[in-house]
Design a protein around this ligand. Structure first.
Ligand code: IPE
Ligand code: IPE
Ligand code: MG
Length: 255
């Protein structure tokens, strides 16, 4: 988004030129590290699995809200390439919830114009999940209202490794010279190739780290951290994050 400074140029008087009537405040692509399901359950003396179940409800609400607010893309970190290190039972709970979520929400995606996309090496998931995902991607491919990009078995370092291998094999095949590799070629080899630039990266639950999420894409994204645990993150919280985004002055290295 374009931001204009007021006459006195002070940082607290940055104007939100997208206008208060634009609920996205100019953000096209918002990504969320959905963290804190376990702590949410712990605080309520409930099993972790229930925290994850509540987390899925939060996903459902936030996808609806994102579409209604007019976001073009929401990218949600659902399962990292490092989350395999969790106890087998928890991984299996999470995969079960993923199955349920795709099955129960695919019709709503179709109805609401949501295009499903998956980033990450999802082909390494169980074959029935891969089939479900491929089917959902195909059924929603023509949808234009919003793209929901779900990060599954995603790690930014793994994504970059796969991109490097892809580019290296084209060089080896004589299709391009090493010196000709441009930044755009790298961006085009990433899982997010067809998405607009990342504007806002949100992390819930108070942790101040990226945990291997969208490292390349976050180069000039605005960051927003909230103490809210993921199951408590709702439309109001999303609106707060977008409002904060609206007050940022993005410079991209310029002055
Ligand atoms: C996020 O919640 C969900 C996933 C990573 C799948 P966590 O399960 O990480 O919850 P905390 O961080 O232990 O509270
Ligand atoms: C990041 O959360 C991954 C997802 C939200 C899917 P984690 O809970 O796995 O991250 P760390 O381990 O606290 O860095
Ligand atoms: Mg966590």
């Amino acid at each position: 988004m374009k931001l204009a400074r007021s006459k006195n140029g002070s940082a607290d008087s940055v104007q939100d030129t997208a206008g208060p009537s634009d609920p996205t405040h100019g953000a096209r692509h918002v990504a969320i590290i959905m963290d804190g399901n376990g702590r949410w359950a712990k605080r309520k003396h409930l099993p972790r699995a229930l925290g994850h179940k509540k987390g899925v409800e939060a996903v459902r609400n936030i996808v609806r809200a994102g579409g209604e607010l007019g976001l073009e893309v929401m990218t949600l970190y659902a399962f990292s390439s490092e989350n395999w290190n969790r106890p087998e039972e928890e991984v299996s709970d999470l995969m079960g919830l993923l199955r349920q979520y795709i099955q129960s929400d695919i019709e709503e995606f179709v109805e609401n114009g949501v295009r499903l996309k998956v980033i990450g090496n999802y082909r390494a998931l169980a074959s029935d999940i891969v089939a479900m995902i491929d089917n959902a991607i195909e059924r929603t491919a023509g949808n234009r209202k919003m793209t929901l990009a779900v990060a599954l078995n995603y790690g930014a370092q793994d994504e970059m490794l796969r991109a490097v291998r892809n580019i290296a094999s084209r060089v080896k095949a004589g299709e391009m010279e090493p010196e000709a590799i441009a930044l755009d070629d790298i961006a085009a080899a990433l899982d997010t190739a067809d998405l607009p630039p990342l504007d806002l990266l949100i992390r819930t639950s108070g942790e101040l780290r990226l945990s291997n999420f969208l490292l390349w894409q976050a180069a000039y994204a605005e960051l927003y951290f909230t103490e809210a645990l993921w199951p408590d993150f709702d439309r109001i919280e999303l609106e707060k994050a977008l409002q904060s985004f609206g007050h940022r002055e993005r410079r991209f290295g310029g002055r």
